[in-house]
Design a binder for this molecule. Structure first.
Ligand code: GAL
Length: 379
């Protein structure tokens, strides 16, 4: 009898709609799982960049369909807690104009947005390849907006530093650099290190593919990009309004084959996560450190700690950004993409806490975790 009454009460509850409590909120991260936004759709912001503005996190990323061509543009989400993300629409749209570089079907990857306090503008940079030309153009693109969620107005896409030598590469080095005549020889790597591609592209401008931005405490902003056929990174100081690169730039880890750079700063040191070059397939992660953005960068090897497979694949992912956690000292999240080249929209996000041992960052796997993780390490 009691059981029957119980069932009846539950039924009445459901009929009255009391079963539909408020929408289910996320309270933890589940690396590699589907990640529904506040409307229940898997977040579509791959190769993402993050901006903290007005105590809110904004997640900008590639809106992907089945293939990886840009059919929509850059999507933006907002969150107060990093777990629950609200879709704020398309920040930068591709267009149907054949004469625009931003034509639908182009490649638009790894968008990053920073805020310029002097001009009050939001400035977006991204890796851009023109429609139907593969990855041959290697351009970096810029767009600006008055509102964080956009719409962003597209300015242009270009190669960088045409006719300008890096600060850490002398005219003498340039003279000595030999062009590569046979891509298959052993000496190729040596030639790359000594500036073969830099010399090749000197007049037309240097290549720019996977990229990120970093704004320092003094508001100086930097553009960090995979150049020289992805063999060497370039770090360039941005102009005061953040919409162009200045002539101040350096070559970083020449011949080191780094992609997917993601930078953060702790105790005056700059750390950079990156990956190797295997396209959508994962490879062992990398870490480098420097005391000065425009100074010497030293490789520190693979930051992943775990099984051989985890270390060889960066937990089956590729770095995209390091998110500083609001209100917590030295708390950073390693944000990465688990690409799905068979169905790009299904690509997953792998977020893991950055941990430190003797002040050197490392990353290990957690099936799930939440921000209280960072409290443990607080003194
Ligand atoms: C990856 C790169 C991605 C995308 C891909 C294309 O190495 O990090 O952003 O460009 O190659 O194959």
């Amino acid at each position: 009898m009691l059981r029957k009454i119980g069932v009846i009460i539950v039924l009445i509850f459901l009929l009255l709609g009391c079963g539909e409590t408020e929408e289910k909120k996320h309270i933890s991260f589940h690396p590699g799982a589907l990640w529904p936004d506040t409307e229940g759709n898997h977040i579509n912001a791959h190769g993402g960049g993050f901006l903290i503005y007005d105590d809110t996190y904004y997640w900008f990323g590639e809106h992907k369909g089945i293939n990886s061509r840009a059919q929509v543009g850059v999507r933006v989400y907002a969150s107060k807690d990093l777990y629950n993300w609200e879709n704020k629409g398309v920040a930068l749209s591709v267009v149907d104009d054949e004469n625009s570089k931003l034509q639908r079907g182009c490649i638009l990857e790894r968008p990053k947005v920073i805020f310029n306090k002097k001009t009050n503008k939001f400035v977006m940079w991204f890796h851009h390849e023109l429609k139907d030309q593969g990855y041959s153009n290697a351009l970096t693109g810029v767009a600006i907006a008055d509102k964080v969620t956009g719409p962003y107005e597209y300015l242009d896409s270009f190669r960088i530093h045409a006719g300008v030598l890096p600060l850490n590469f002398s005219e003498d080095d340039f003279e000595k650099a030999e062009l590569i005549t046979d891509e298959n020889t052993e000496e190729r790597k040596e030639k790359v290190i000594s500036g073969a591609y830099l010399k090749r592209d000197f007049e037309v401008g240097q290549m720019s593919r996977d990229m990120t931005l970093f704004v320092d405490e003094d508001e100086t902003a930097y553009h960090i990009t995979a150049s020289e056929e992805n063999r060497t990174l370039l770090i360039s100081k941005l102009s005061d309004d953040y919409t162009s690169v200045t002539d101040e730039y350096i070559r970083v880890l020449p011949g080191g084959r780094n992609e997917a750079p993601a930078i953060f700063k702790k105790n005056g040191k700059y750390f950079m996560f990156s990956s190797g070059l295997t396209g959508w397939k994962p490879n062992p992660g990398k870490l480098a450190v420097s005391d000065d953005m425009m100074g010497h960068w030293t490789s520190l090897g693979n930051p992943c700690v775990g099984t051989e497979e985890e270390m060889n694949t960066t937990f089956w992912s590729q770095s995209t950004y390091v998110i500083p956690v609001l209100g917590k000292e030295d708390a950073f999240i390693f944000a990465a993409d688990r690409w799905n080249p068979k169905n790009h929209i299904d690509g997953r996000y792998v977020w893991l806490p950055v941990q430190f041992k003797n002040d050197i960052p490392y990353i290990e796997w957690f099936d799930s975790w939440n921000l209280s993780f960072f409290n443990h390490d607080k003194k």
